[in-house]
Design a protein around this ligand. Structure first.
Ligand SMILES: Nc1ncnc2c1ncn2[C@@H]1O[C@H](COP(=O)(O)OP(=O)(O)O)[C@@H](O)[C@H]1O
Ligand SMILES: [Mg+2]
Length: 262
């Protein structure tokens, strides 16, 4: 199972949702990997408690290596294997991001390296589930993740401005699906920080559903616990196992599992 969490808007909950779903998956005993494709490294920090300064231990090394031709035979191990980090949580691993991804980007684009991530993941057999966190922009890295993924989850923060962006986003993902990744399943829109008692969010969600947009049944409430769990670098299932928000994340995880073909 490979899932990308994407919305080109920042602050909608991509990193939080990625890490919390991955942590639930790992706690179920599934070997789970998070690939952090955002140079901000929020998922890396959330899961490891720190960022990774040595670029050679991060995704930057993988992409840099795709630019250098190895004329002396292939390295027998998977190019991603060397940059996988254990987290403090059983079964949960992360490939960290690094600021060097930024200057690498234009070279990767001009040399058509967009499929390299998918190829490397195809050969990475030791994980049951892979979650990809993306930057808040449709750039080389978010495209590479959308091409490498089988499922795409879209966080949405219920504001009127986000709605216009949502249509553009769905179009862009559909285009990538048609051109590069026919197997990509747009599994749904997850409404984050949903205030069920406020009028505007409820109306927005109702309208999206009436339009036939794939809004998921589970909604994630706003809670101070999220920020606390970030600052403790502990996903909610470990930080606040009995909290309402943790239950919502578990429900989201289950809803997504149930949607997948057996
Ligand atoms: N359900 C929530 N309740 C309260 N705050 C949240 C919730 N989800 C995310 N946040 C906060 O919103 C901010 C953006 O979340 P983040 O996951 O980093 O979004 P993105 O990765 O899309 O930029 C963070 O400060 C995070 O703590
Ligand atoms: Mg983020």
């Amino acid at each position: 199972m490979r899932r990308v969490i994407f919305n080109q808007k920042g602050g909608v909950g991509k990193s939080t949702i990625t890490c919390n779903l991955a942590a639930i998956s790992a706690a179920e005993g599934k070997r789970t990997l998070v690939i952090d494709l955002d140079i901000q490294g929020n998922s890396t920090h959330y899961l490891l408690g720190h960022k990774v300064t040595d670029a050679d231990a991060t995704l930057a090394r993988f992409f840099r290596d795709t630019l250098s031709l190895n004329l002396f035979g292939k390295n027998p191990s998977n190019p991603l294997s060397a940059i996988i980090h254990e987290t403090p949580f059983a079964n949960l691993y992360v490939i960290p991001s690094h600021p060097e991804l930024e200057p690498l980007q234009s070279r990767l684009e001009t040399r058509y390296k967009i499929y390299k991530l998918r190829e490397a993941i195809d050969e990475l057999s030791q994980f049951d589930r892979i979650y990809m966190d993306t930057p808040p922009v449709l750039n080389f890295y978010s495209r590479a993740a959308l091409i490498a993924a089988r499922h795409c989850l879209i966080p949405f923060d219920c504001d009127a401005f986000s709605r216009e962006a949502l249509y553009k986003l769905l179009e862009a993902i559909t285009e990538i699906k048609l051109d590069h990744n026919p197997g990509l399943d747009i599994e749904g829109i997850i409404v984050n920080q949903y205030q069920s008692r406020a009028n505007l969010p409820q109306r927005l969600v109702d309208e999206l559903i009436a339009e036939g947009q794939p809004v998921l049944q589970t909604k994630i409430s706003p809670s101070i616990k999220v920020r606390e769990s970030h600052s403790e670098s502990k996903p909610l299932i470990h930080f606040a196992p009995d909290h309402k928000l943790t239950e919502e994340y578990k429900a989201l995880h289950q809803e997504l599992q149930d949607k997948q073909p057996a």
